[in-house]
Design a protein around this ligand. Structure first.
Ligand SMILES: [Mn+2]
Length: 280
């Protein structure tokens, strides 16, 4: 069995198929992890979702901010934006069925031995892996239960609270957890999120003085496993960190789709001409 982890598809299926064919992916044996943002911005959002659901038994995903955005639209609490490319899904006869499948997906996932983890945005330095699993499960429970789901989506958008407080309850608590695991890039020492930052890892263009990329903040308890994340295309698939591994190389922004084998650390990059390069 081989495991492969692939960065943000954002509605691009063709480069994924090229990468899987490059490694002769075996659907009966191998396992594919997707770090979220499977849909939106690209032209093949519907095809991506249909493909993933069809191969459900070999694919594990976590939800990204764009996947949650799609669900918020389906739940009638948001209208599609002008850059959204979700119409094919929204008009599809199986739209509800696709939503139902997405509600079941977690924000944080890990292998049995807890040596490999993934979430769309990463692991904030203020949480241990155990705490992250616990908190992501709170959102998961809200999503899988119909009465709490609507409330969740109604209150999902927003940049406040700015930082974690154990006493947070209800939709504020769920929004905060969602922002940490699906939208975080820059974070301050005390856990305050700077959600305005989208560029590279220099903090010059942030409003706050001590905001740093989340994976550069010092941890009370060192994290010794590996955590795979997407979401930050400006990193071009390189975090410069051994434990926290960036997988989004910005395919949809004229970059590349990145795939990594977590056991061998071999990486593959596929560009828009479907040219594949590989390195360790
Ligand atoms: Mn994202």
């Amino acid at each position: 069995m081989a495991r492969y982890i692939v960065g943000d598809l954002q509605g691009s299926l063709t480069p994924l198929l090229a990468l899987l064919s490059e490694v002769e992916f075996n659907w009966g044996k191998d396992e594919l992890w997707l770090v979220g943002d499977m849909v939106n911005r690209g032209k093949q959002s519907l095809a991506c979702l249909e493909f993933i659901m069809r191969h459900d038994s070999a694919i594990q995903v976590v939800l990204g901010n764009h996947d949650l955005h799609l669900l918020a639209i389906i739940n009638d609490v948001k209208k599609p934006g002008k850059h959204d490319t979700l119409d094919e899904i929204l008009k599809h006869k199986n739209c509800k069925k696709m939503a139902k499948w997405l509600y079941q997906q977690p924000l944080v996932f890990h292998n049995k031995k807890q040596t490999q983890f993934m979430s769309h945005a990463g692991l904030p330095h203020i949480f241990s892996a155990e705490k992250a699993i616990e908190l992501s499960n709170e959102v998961h429970q809200a999503l899988i239960n119909k009465p709490t789901r609507k409330e969740y989506f109604k209150n999902m958008y927003g940049n406040t609270p700015e930082k974690w407080d154990e006493s947070l309850v209800g939709t504020d608590r769920l929004r905060m957890i969602t922002n940490y695991f699906t939208r975080m890039r820059m974070i301050e020492d005390d856990g305050t999120l700077d959600l305005t930052h989208k560029k590279g890892i220099n903090n010059e263009d942030t409003n706050s003085n001590n905001a740093q990329p989340w994976f550069k903040q010092e941890r009370d308890k060192p994290f010794t496993s590996k955590w795979y994340f997407g979401h930050w295309a400006a990193l071009e698939g390189h975090s410069g960190h051994d434990q926290f591994i960036a997988t989004d190389a910005g395919y949809v922004w004229n970059g590349k789709l990145k795939m990594i084998n977590p056991k061998t650390n071999q990486m593959w990059f596929c560009d828009s001409k479907l040219k594949i390069t590989s390195s360790f």
